[in-house]
Ligand binder design. Structure first.
Ligand SMILES: Nc1nc2c(c(=O)[nH]1)N[C@H]1C(S)=C(S)[C@@H](COP(=O)(O)OP(=O)(O)OC[C@H]3O[C@@H](n4cnc5c(=O)[nH]c(N)nc54)[C@H](O)[C@@H]3O)O[C@H]1N2
Ligand SMILES: Nc1nc2c(c(=O)[nH]1)N[C@H]1C(S)=C(S)[C@@H](COP(=O)(O)OP(=O)(O)OC[C@H]3O[C@@H](n4cnc5c(=O)[nH]c(N)nc54)[C@H](O)[C@@H]3O)O[C@H]1N2
Ligand code: SF4
Ligand SMILES: [Mo]
Length: 781
């Protein structure tokens, strides 16, 4: 498979691209260019289009693709660093195996043999439940993982499943599942048309947005303000997004659910006329929720949230009275003890203002491929459940087929049937990303066996007996199967690989398929084609059996043959099927103008299927066919929330929150010099009032201590954090021995998850509490 060079070279003869190139690069450089490849950036959720200049099969430049239908040339400083990432001398190119405690290069054959012997020995001695898995965040941006991680989990056959979801967005998926019947049905703010946006605990000026795919999120916010719209940001820090806001509300960490409950209460108390008019027909449980909200009036929550009564009443009414409005909550609302309840209340407020499923409000995307809410009977379904099983040690309920990442250490440490003896980690760095990292690191050191599929020898993969390196981001095809399901427009972009695989390299899906074959007992020499054929057969079968699918009743083998005629295998073949059977698909001929992978390949800047449209009630998959406003688990959780109202506030207690920086990406892009150079970013931010109370000066180093651990960090005194709040970014702490990330190690910083507490979780979703950690700060002399 090549990349898009033929299309682009022909465009270079004239037209927009060549003009742009000449303007950007100068005529003389432009003429020596071999090709420009177009590729969606997979680093964060924004999915910006990149234009990648390749000379003699070497990437020379990366810029924003001006013609990308969604991002229109926008990129952030990370986008162009796919080049540095690809050429990073520390990136692993061969498997690594641990010999006498040291990682050495190995061949694939050696690696497979060790894995075959060791994993299957653990399975034989202790059973499948003794294999734990942790899937990391980059998998959500990776077509190979999106299509083959599931195959691997099934092949392993253990319930000991963990992922970065439980240190991230799972509360929003659980609340969406309970309300709308599918965890895929997450409403997103209709950014380009809204006139009032209330953001809680998200900082898209640094993060570029999450569960709301919108390249150039900042530009879209500024366009809203330019057309007279208002931005209100709720955040204990004056983040860059808060700086841009028309109003900043410096909330006390962990209390967003109270604020949202009070906003909903105010709207209900005022009469809810809007709901009756527009959404009434689709709602279940309105009376229950209104009754359950009774204790949470604006006056009652003022002290706990730190936001005064009048402000709360005003914001509620502004949301209702705006021509259209949307409430959007992210990390700061999800990674708290009330993550699911806060996520639910976000949508309750959107409903109470009449703005759910409405232009300019919070809307359901209609994803072009692979969404859980575009198949099955429209408008009705089996609904969504949590707690279909419980974790072995602490009995945490299952959510979305996994257990809390916070429970990984105890599951590894605690003897008994089902104790985890071996871990398979795919694209994850839990030693820096999950709570009480020091405990987790100790437990990882005690594993009988571990495999990491990772680009780097880093804090987590250093524990692995075998590390299997996927190719770089530029050497694989791409389609944002996960993130496009949360996009503010219905769009589709496919990218072919920009650079070829080297002869000894395997694509990531081949690695995952081989691991699947090995744990299935097919041996180290197993052929991955058989696993691939099983994977496509499974996907095809579920569609041909689905009476609402455009291929319902068709012959499976005939469809597979048609898909395979192109020579495609692996993720691309599966993607073609998902596109063709999706809401815009060609249905294998039944919809002649419908989309196929070939059509996407012919459109290297993507295809725009338009602005979001109304999807109620078709989007619902609840048994009632209604929006469940008052799921019992969530109504019950309001009792727990009520306790927060009366909790005593200790004004001398400091509370730790996190933050992100535009030039970072969780834990793993700190090995790119251009991104980390400049002044130290891993500082503990503290308000001047707290600093003077504690006697710390601007050049001090301080020790931050929580229930579980302690780290030393330089202080940064700033008005941008609320009094009583300190902030330390996550993803740093690259000083562990045994790693090989030389740039990162030279600017190691400290790991904020040494401070976060694995015992503190949102009981409904199992999500970790990563914000609002009680800490003490002392000066180090
Ligand atoms: N540059 C960059 N971009 C990224 C990432 C990255 O690491 N770096 N990571 C990517 C990933 S995986 C994700 S999930 C997204 C996350 O994207 P966002 O959700 O936008 O995440 P953050 O930038 O961490 O913003 C969270 C905000 O919540 C605030 N906060 C903390 N506690 C509370 C609280 O109790 N209440 C309220 N209201 N606010 C609180 C913090 O101060 C912070 O400003 O970003 C993605 N994009
Ligand atoms: N305190 C605190 N902790 C947090 C957060 C926070 O806000 N505060 N945010 C949380 C969030 S939102 C998230 S998503 C998690 C992230 O948690 P993780 O997913 O565990 O961590 P990442 O830093 O994303 O590390 C990803 C790993 O994947 C590797 N990698 C990169 N690309 C690929 C690839 O294409 N294939 C493979 N196989 N490997 C690859 C990298 O080298 C790295 O080792 O962190 C969470 N942790
Ligand atoms: S905003 Fe995200 S997707 Fe866009 S260039 Fe930056 S890292 Fe890539
Ligand atoms: Mo995340």
């Amino acid at each position: 498979m090549g990349s898009n060079w033929r299309t682009t070279v022909s465009l270079l003869g004239g037209g927009a691209i060549s003009n742009w190139l000449c303007a950007c690069l100068g005529q003389d450089i432009a003429v020596t260019i071999d090709r420009i490849a177009f590729r969606t950036c997979p680093l964060c959720e924004a999915g910006c289009g990149l234009a990648i200049t390749v000379k003699d099969n070497q990437v020379t430049h990366i810029r924003g693709d001006m013609e990308d239908i969604f991002s229109k040339g926008f990129i952030c400083p990370k986008g162009s660093t796919m080049k540095q990432l690809h050429y990073d001398p520390d990136r692993l190119l061969t498997p690594m195996i641990k010999r006498d405690g040291v990682h050495v290069q190995a061949t694939w054959d050696e690696a497979w043999k060790i894995i075959d012997a060791s994993l299957n020995r653990v399975i034989k001695d202790f059973g499948r439940e003794s294999i734990g898995t942790y899937l990391g965040n980059p998998g959500a941006h990776n077509l190979s993982s999106m299509t083959f991680n599931r195959v691997l989990l099934q092949a392993i056959g253990s319930r000991q499943r963990f992922s970065a979801s439980t240190v991230d967005q799972i509360p929003k998926q659980v609340s969406s599942g309970l309300m709308f019947g599918s965890a895929s049905s997450v409403p997103v703010p209709d950014l380009d048309r809204t006139q009032y946006l209330l953001i809680l605990g998200a900082n898209p000026y640094e993060s570029n947005g999450s569960l709301c795919t919108a390249p150039d999120f900042p530009g879209r916010i500024e366009a809203m303000q330019a057309r007279g719209g208002k931005l209100v940001v709720v955040d204990p820090r004056k983040s860059r997004t808060a700086e841009q806001a028309d109003e900043w509300l410096a909330i006390r960490p962990g209390t967003d659910a109270l604020l949202l409950a009070a906003i909903a209460h105010t709207l209900a108390n005022d009469g809810l006329q809007v709901v009756d008019e527009r959404l009434g027909a689709y709602l279940n449980g309105l009376d229950e929720i209104v009754a359950a909200l009774a204790p949470f009036n604006a006056a009652a929550v003022a002290t706990a949230t730190g936001i005064d009564e009048q402000t709360i009443l005003r914001i509620a009414r502004e949301l209702r009275d705006a021509s259209c409005s949307a409430v959007y909550g992210r990390i700061g609302t999800c990674t708290t003890a009330f993550g699911t309840t806060a996520s639910w209340l976000v949508d309750v407020v959107n409903i109470f203002t009449g703005n759910l499923d409405r232009v300019g409000g919070a809307m359901f995307p209609l994803p072009v491929a692979g969404s859980g809410n575009t198949h099955g009977e429209p408008g009705k379904g089996k609904g969504f459940r949590i707690g279909r099983g419980h974790s072995r040690v602490s009995k945490h309920p299952e959510a979305l087929g996994e257990y809390p990442a916070a429970a990984m250490a105890e599951e590894i440490e605690t003897p008994g049937v089902g104790q985890i003896r071996a871990m398979v980690v795919v694209g994850g760095n839990p030693i820096l990303s999950t709570p009480n990292s020091e405990r987790l690191a100790k437990s990882f050191a005690d594993l009988d066996f571990m495999v990491s599929v990772d680009l780097y020898l880093n804090e987590t993969s250093q524990f692995a007996d075998v590390i299997l390196p996927p190719p770089s981001q530029l050497q694989r095809s791409h389609y944002d199967l996960a993130l496009l399901t949360f996009a503010v427009r219905n769009v589709a972009n496919y990218s072919e690989p920009v650079l070829p695989l080297a002869p000894e390299e395997l694509d990531e899906w081949q690695i995952l398929a081989k691991l699947s074959a090995i744990v299935s007992g097919l041996g180290a020499d197993a052929d991955v084609a058989a696993i691939d054929d099983l994977a496509i057969a499974g996907v095809v079968q579920s569609a041909t059996k689905d009476s609402s699918s455009n291929v319902y009743g068709r012959d499976d083998q005939q469809l597979i043959d048609e898909l395979s005629r192109s020579g495609r295998r692996g993720p691309d073949r599966i993607l073609d099927f998902l596109l063709r059977t999706g809401p815009f698909g060609d249905g294998f001929g039944s919809v002649p103008d419908g989309v196929t992978l070939d059509k996407l390949i012919a459109a290297p800047h993507g295809i725009d299927f338009g602005a979001l449209g109304s999807r109620l009630p078709e989007v619902l998959r609840t048994p009632s066919g209604k929006v469940e406003l008052a799921p019992p688990q969530l109504i019950d959780d309001l009792l727990r929330l009520n306790e927060l109202l009366s909790a005593k506030i200790d004004n001398s207690q400091l509370t730790l929150v996190g933050r992100r920086h535009l030039r970072s990406n969780n834990s793993w892009m700190h090995n790119i010099e251009v991104l980390v150079k400049g002044k130290d970013r891993c500082t503990l931010q503290m308000n001047p009032n707290d600093a003077s109370r504690l006697g710390v000066a601007g050049d001090s180093k301080v020790r931050v201590t929580s229930r579980v651990g302690s780290v030393d960090a330089p202080i940064e005194i700033t008005e941008s954090v609320r009094v009583g709040v300190v902030s330390l970014p996550h993803g740093w702490g690259h000083s562990m021995p045994g790693t090989k990330t030389r740039v990162a190690t030279s600017r190691a910083g400290v790991n904020s998850n040494i401070l976060t507490d694995e015992k503190e979780i949102d009981p409904l979703s199992g999500n970790s509490v990563l914000n609002g950690i009680p800490v003490t700060v002392t000066r180090i002399s």
